[in-house]
Design a protein around this ligand. Structure first.
Ligand SMILES: [Mg+2]
Length: 142
């Protein structure tokens, strides 16, 4: 089935497992990572259309650092940030760094799903523009 691929990154195990399984139930190709470092390992091996990324994660890499690294590896991947009320300002910072949007925790699926779809559509448009540009470039030399 033609679907889109999503990576959820969150240090809270229960939250991560619940969200991943709820998205899988909707036939979305969903993977989970418990840290920014784990997310980068996955992203280096395969591209994802959309990454859902927790802002507040303990350890070496917080959400903003992970966002920068993800955008470096996969510039066309769209990132939706998960944030608490206390870190809304950090999310705005993340938007400046290229995040697609942010969603407040506790996450409501009816809010997250349409944003995921919009993010996917934006990514898809970008992919097609890049492909078209490559084809135009090729044709010039024919
Ligand atoms: Mg967290």
């Amino acid at each position: 089935m033609d679907t889109f691929s999503v990576l959820v990154v969150d240090d809270e195990k229960d939250f991560l497992e619940t969200l991943v399984s709820r998205l899988k139930k909707r036939k979305i190709d969903t993977h989970g990572a418990k840290s920014g470092e784990d997310a980068l390992k996955l992203i280096k091996n395969r591209p994802f259309d959309v990454v859902i990324l927790d802002i507040k994660m303990p350890g070496g890499m917080d959400g903003i650092e992970a966002l920068r690294a993800i955008k470096k590896i996969q510039p066309l991947t769209e990132v939706i940030l998960l944030t608490g009320h206390a870190s809304v300002e950090t999310s705005i910072e993340g938007m400046k760094l290229g995040a697609f949007d942010y969603v407040l925790k506790p996450v409501k699926l009816e809010e997250l799903l349409p944003k995921m779809l919009q993010a996917f559509e934006k990514k898809n448009n970008h992919d097609q523009k890049v492909r078209s540009a490559k084809i135009r470039e090729t044709l010039k030399y024919w």
